[in-house]
Ligand binder design. Structure first.
Ligand code: 6MQ
Length: 373
């Protein structure tokens, strides 16, 4: 832990990076996977479990928390860490993406976004300044700029307009954030699937000398190779000595291939959301426990795992729980999936330290292909 926000690179292997982010609330070992805690909870998990699995940081969402319980209320209650009992770092997304994907967007202009809450239809306006103010009220450790993420495919002119406005909003967020030594505000590279817009966005954000850089506008339905090509173009434009965060990614394969492009931080609802729907991620690939073939299979998901959900419960029981829509089914598979994601991250970090990341990636992908489900 440090009084200020620091990023140190310990090792590189090709473009893959092994580092750590140090902050007053704790140290984040990178490459890192951040479990998503949208409304102040990593769904179906106790945060002690999340920590014990190796997560150093979790994610919260400005959009959801401003609606419920409300940013000023969270501040009155002592901040998000105090309320949810998570003492490590928290990164909060700024709300723009959630407004586009969840709320009833009413207006988007230079001033910000005006939207109707998906909870009760109430009207809200959020400017870049208000987004940073809300993240401050939440006592967030890593705050994201307000940006406009355009769903792909989109017209180049539309992508350019959104990218340029996001740059202007980044400057306003930097001013609003001011100087908070133990915290960080990250810029977000936009530019869709257009290389020269990606480069322009990255270069302009680099000029703002921010503490970290996210790559946004991806994992919005584009093919994996398009996402990877945008990383291949964007990462070289970002400062080597600052952390890089790929928003909303992804599957285990997405993560491996993005680490290979130089990404340090990830978040995705995949392990928790798909766990609640019956999908298990394992060392041997994915298992859909809804499938009737598991109904009498008394094997656990993986008897060699250190995670009780993975080692001690039969597939037959998990199948029964998911088919019966019992809470315990989602709890056990969320536990299994987050355990698998953190085990994958630990394997990635060690492989980079030992200079064998390419072999680790190939072996892991081969194990998934071979299955043994
Ligand atoms: C696989 O999960 C689905 O895919 C989305 C994740 N993909 C994603 N790309 C993102 C881009 C941005 C961005 O450009 N800017 C800001 N501020 N935040 C972002 C957050 C993002 N998350 C999840 O979001 C929904 C709920 C649509 O389905 C999930």
């Amino acid at each position: 832990m440090t009084e200020t926000f620091q990023f140190k690179l310990h090792a590189t292997d090709g473009k893959a990076r092994r580092g750590e982010v140090s902050m007053p609330r704790g140290t984040i070992r990178t490459p890192a996977f951040m479990p998503v805690g949208t409304v102040g909870t990593v769904k179906a998990m106790y945060l002690d479990q999340v920590k014990d699995l190796g997560a150093d940081i979790i994610l919260g969402n400005t959009y959801h928390l401003m609606l419920r319980p409300g940013a000023e209320r969270v501040a009155r209650l002592g901040g998000l860490h105090n309320l949810i009992r998570w003492q490590g770092p928290i990164l909060t997304d700024s709300g723009g993406f959630q407004v586009m994907s969840l709320a009833g967007l009413r207006k988007l202009d230079e001033q910000g976004v005006t939207f109707k809450s998906h909870v009760d239809g109430a009207l809200f306006h959020m400017s870049p300044e208000r987004s940073i103010e809300i993240q401050g009220l939440l006592d967030s450790d890593i705050q994201m700029q307000l940006d406009e993420c355009v769903a792909l495919p989109a017209e180049p002119k539309e992508i350019e307009r959104a990218m340029e406005m996001s740059l202007r909003w980044a400057e306003r967020c930097k001013v609003a954030f001011g100087d908070q030594p133990g915290k960080a505000m990250f810029g977000i590279v936009q530019g869709g699937d257009i290389p020269e817009l990606r480069v322009r966005s990255a270069e302009a954000l680099k000029g703002l000398d921010l503490k970290g850089y996210a790559v946004g506008g991806l994992a919005v339905g584009e093919p994996q190779e398009v996402m990877l090509r945008m990383l291949d173009i964007t990462c070289p434009e970002l400062p080597v000595e600052k952390p890089r965060y790929l928003m909303g990614v992804g599957t285990p394969d997405d993560i491996l291939r993005s680490v290979a492009q130089g990404i340090d931080m990830f978040d995705c609802v995949m392990p928790t959301r798909s766990g609640r729907h019956g999908l298990a991620f394992t060392r041997h690939g994915r298992i859909n426990l809804r499938n009737a073939r598991h109904a009498e299979d008394m094997r656990p998901l993986d008897e060699q795992s250190s995670c009780p959900a993975t080692r001690d419960y039969s597939r037959a029981y998990l199948h029964h729980l998911i088919r019966s829509n019992e809470s315990l089914g989602g709890m056990l598979l969320s536990w299994n999936n987050l355990a698998y994601y953190q085990e994958l991250m630990a394997g990635i970090r060690l492989a980079i330290e030992e200079g064998r990341f390419a072999d680790f990636m190939a072996e892991t992908q081969e194990t998934w292909r071979r299955g043994d489900l």
